[in-house]
Design a protein around this ligand. Structure first.
Ligand SMILES: [Fe+2]
Ligand SMILES: [Fe+2]
Length: 241
C-alpha cells in the first residue's frame, strides 16, 4: 500500500529547501533553483514510480517548449510539480485544493482523483515558491483539463498523458509530437483532442468509466480549434445525460 504524506511535512520541506536556496538579496531566484527544490520534494514525497513519471513529463514538456515559444524552465516547473500532492492524505489535498488561486469546477474540487492538481497549485502559491499564474494553471488543470488552457497548460496536459513511461497509444503520438507534427496552439489543441479520443477508446475497451468531463473538454477544445483554423473540425462527442 502506498504511504501517504502530510501536508505540513511537505510544506515544511519546501520552505526549508527554499530558504537554503535564497541566495540573492531580492529573493528573485532563477526558475532552475525552484526546479531543483521541486525535484527534491518529488523524490521525498512521492513514490519512485510517480517521481519518475513527473520527471519524464517535465523532461518531455521542456524538450518541446521552444517549439511553442515557451521557457523550458517554466514548463519543467509545472511538469515536476503537477503530481506533487498526489500522495498526500486525501483530507490534506482537499484543504489545499479549497484555497487554490486558480478557478476549478466543483467536480474537480470534490473528486479525490482530481484534487491533487489544484492542491499542488495552492501549495506552490501558499509557500510563495511560485506565483506565476500560467504555471499554476497548468498544474491545477492537468487532471481533467480546462477549455481555457493556454499553450503552457496544453503542453503540460499532453506531456502528462504521453510521457515515455506511459504505455498504450503514447509512443506513436509522442514520436509524432517530437518530430513536429503538432505545431502552434492549433497543433496542441489537435494533440489534446487526439489524446482524449484515445483515452476514451481505451476506457471503453477496458470497461473503465469515462469521466463526464472528458467529452465536455473534447468538444470545447475542438470548438477552439475550429475558431483558430476556420475549419469544420471533427464532429462533437455526445455529452453525458
Ligand atoms: Fe495527476
Ligand atoms: Fe501525472
Amino acid at each position: 500500500m502506498t504511504r501517504l504524506f502530510k501536508r505540513e511535512d511537505l510544506e515544511q520541506f519546501l520552505l526549508e529547501r527554499w530558504s537554503q536556496q535564497q541566495i540573492t538579496a531580492d529573493r528573485d531566484l532563477p526558475r532552475s533553483a525552484l526546479n531543483a527544490v521541486l525535484e527534491q520534494a518529488a523524490a521525498a514525497f512521492t513514490s519512485a514510480l510517480r517521481c519518475s513519471h513527473a520527471k519524464a513529463a517535465a523532461d518531455l514538456g521542456a524538450k518541446l517548449a521552444a517549439a511553442y515559444s515557451l521557457p523550458a524552465a517554466d514548463v519543467y516547473c509545472a511538469g515536476i510539480a503537477h503530481d506533487l500532492c498526489k500522495e498526500l492524505v486525501s483530507a490534506d489535498q482537499q484543504v489545499l485544493a479549497r484555497v487554490c488561486p486558480i478557478p476549478c469546477p466543483p467536480e474537480v474540487l470534490s473528486n479525490h482523483r482530481f484534487t491533487h492538481g489544484p492542491a499542488a497549485a495552492a501549495l506552490l502559491f501558499r509557500t510563495g515558491l511560485c506565483t506565476d499564474l500560467r504555471i499554476l494553471q497548468a498544474v491545477a488543470w492537468h487532471t481533467v483539463g480546462s477549455p481555457e488552457m493556454d499553450t503552457l497548460a496544453l503542453l503540460v496536459f499532453c506531456a502528462d498523458k504521453i510521457e515515455p513511461g506511459r504505455g498504450g497509444f503514447s509512443e506513436e503520438l509522442r514520436a509524432a509530437w517530437l518530430s513536429g507534427a503538432f505545431p502552434g496552439e492549433a497543433g496542441l489543441l489537435q494533440l489534446a483532442g487526439t489524446i482524449l479520443d484515445r483515452i476514451t477508446a481505451h476506457c471503453r475497451i477496458e470497461g473503465h468509466p469515462i469521466a463526464d468531463t472528458t467529452p465536455v473538454l473534447y468538444n470545447a477544445l475542438q470548438q477552439r480549434l475550429q475558431h483558430l483554423t476556420g475549419t469544420a473540425g471533427r464532429p462533437p462527442k455526445a455529452l453525458p445525460q
